[in-house]
Design a protein around this ligand. Structure first.
Ligand SMILES: C[S@@+](CC[C@H](N)C(=O)[O-])C[C@H]1O[C@@H](n2cnc3c(N)ncnc32)[C@H](O)[C@@H]1O
Length: 197
């Protein structure tokens, strides 16, 4: 049975109708919407090819910007937030995507998302993830970074925002440093580091 990022089941969400979750439950699903400027910047600093999969789209804050940028985008999320299809990205049934993948994943499962994304795209395609800069550290990720070194890490000079439940209006300034991590399947060299905004 497919699992959600907290170890529950995707079918549970489908059965109970996840769009009716209260705000507290939605926050529990690690829903932080990404400020649109982050995706606008990504399109200035990186090129993408083929249809783009946004596998944890939330309410579409990234997907909408990608579409505005002229990309063909398929959007999915394990929770029905009124945007895209409902699907568990980590299910073993999810075996192939013939394009690039761009997302801000649930942070607790960012490594699993990266490993899954790299396993389902063809050689030469890209995975771009908007992640806390601290994703670079930690013993648990050492083997993953050896196997999949990012091609480029784009560190944000300024503090971009990720709003809980998409509520940008009621959030203060961001205290978190973020970066765009970009992988190219088949790359095994030393990552480059750059800065933007
Ligand atoms: C940090 S939010 C990012 C939302 C959106 N990508 C954005 O940047 O605005 C992570 C999203 O991942 C979704 N999610 C969690 N586990 C998932 C899974 N196994 N498959 C697909 N989506 C998942 C959550 O429901 C949540 O909407």
């Amino acid at each position: 049975m497919p699992r959600d990022w907290k170890g529950g089941t995707a079918s549970t969400f489908k059965t109970i109708g996840a769009s009716n979750h209260c705000d507290h439950a939605r926050a529990d699903h690690d829903y932080y919407a990404t400020e649109p400027a982050a995706t606008q910047w990504l399109m200035r600093i990186e090129q993408f090819h083929g249809p783009i999969l946004e596998p944890s789209c939330g309410e579409g804050h990234m997907a909408r910007e990608l579409e505005k940028g002229g990309y063909e985008v398929v959007s999915r999320d394990i929770v029905d937030r009124g945007y895209g299809e409902v699907a568990d990205f980590l299910t073993p049934d999810n075996t192939r995507w013939d394009g690039d993948i761009i997302t801000n994943p649930p942070y607790a499962f960012a490594q699993e998302f990266l490993e899954k994304a790299m396993s389902i795209i063809p050689e030469g395609h890209k995975v771009a993830m908007f992640l806390k800069l601290t994703f670079l550290e930690g013993k648990r990720r050492a083997a993953m970074f050896n196997k999949y070194p990012p091609r480029r890490v784009w560190v944000s000079h300024s503090r971009l925002k990720c709003a809980i439940n998409g509520d940008f209006a009621n959030m203060g300034g961001s205290v978190t440093a973020y970066a765009w991590f970009v992988w190219e399947k088949g790359f095994h060299g030393a990552p480059e580091i750059h800065w933007f905004n």
